[in-house]
Design a protein around this ligand. Structure first.
Ligand code: ADP
Ligand code: ADP
Length: 229
């Protein structure tokens, strides 16, 4: 379960400017597809459409063959784990932030999610800004670290489909190799769509789709794309 299919999807936020001009691709169950391309190409729009923040004007988006327009919001939200680029944390421990939405999660499940997202070393910490009221200093997390807290929270919910908009700020604390590793771990056994800002962090994706000005201009494995350059 967890096949995602875009079928000739057209989309414009405002009528005079087409953002997606007929996008078709399939993410087979359990596979990882990365979408790369210049800023403004329409990459994040694809993830917003999949989560039904907006509706395509033409074409369809299907999960396991079912048009998402016919899926109830609540079911869609449990089927798709969305990790946005910018994550706002609650003023409580990182552990609380991971557990949020899954109060019944066991300690072992939380530890496993934190390990996969590689934030296990600070789950007992508080984010910066909290703690003054309780006399502790919070931990200043980078954008990439905050995003990994959101990744752990999403893994814990266990959705069959994961959509990850790779934080552009991830590199401030994390090497490309570490981003690759984190991605490989969290995407294992899950249908994963990664909105990637660097080709170098998604070398293990099953397929890379290159988007430019709302069209798919190239697709293939990392090695093939490099060879074509
Ligand atoms: P990418 O993720 O590839 O950088 P986006 O999908 O975020 O690109 O945006 C594609 C284009 O759509 C950009 O030109 C952007 O300015 C425009 N856009 C994004 N969101 C909106 C919006 N809410 N209203 C109007 N235009 C938007
Ligand atoms: P993996 O291949 O990542 O080890 P499995 O195939 O064992 O995962 O996972 C079976 C189901 O459990 C999948 O739907 C997956 O999304 C979910 N899952 C995997 N790891 C976790 C986790 N740490 N917490 C919650 N759900 C998980």
């Amino acid at each position: 379960a967890g096949e995602v299919r875009f079928d000739d999807v057209h989309f414009a936020y405002i009528p005079e400017r087409q953002i997606l001009k007929g996008i078709s691709f399939t993410v087979p169950p359990g596979k990882t597809i990365a979408i790369v391309g210049p800023s403004g190409a329409g990459k994040s729009t694809i993830s917003r459409l999949l989560f039904r923040f907006y509706e395509p004007q033409k074409g369809r988006i299907l999960i396991d063959g079912q048009d998402i327009a016919t899926i109830q919001q609540v079911s869609l939200r449990s089927a798709i784990g969305m990790v946005p680029q910018d994550t706002v944390l609650f003023n409580d421990t990182i552990e609380y932030n991971i557990r949020y939405g899954r109060p019944e999660a066991t300690q072992a499940e939380i530890a496993e999610a934190a390990r996969l997202a590689q934030i296990d070393r600070f789950i007992k910490s508080l984010p910066e800004g909290y703690a003054t009221s309780v006399g502790e200093r919070g931990l200043k997390l980078s954008g990439g670290e905050k995003q990994r807290v959101a990744i752990a929270r999403t893994i814990l919910k266990g959705p069959p489909v994961l959509v990850l908009d790779e934080a552009t700020s991830a590199l401030d604390s994390f090497t490309e190799k570490e981003i690759q590793d984190a991605l490989d771990r969290v995407s294992q056994g899950r249908t994963t769509l990664v909105i990637a800002h660097r080709l170098s962090t998604v070398i293990n994706a099953d397929e890379i789709i290159v988007l430019d000005k709302g069209l798919i201009v190239e697709r293939g494995h990392h090695r093939e794309l490099l060879a074509a350059d």
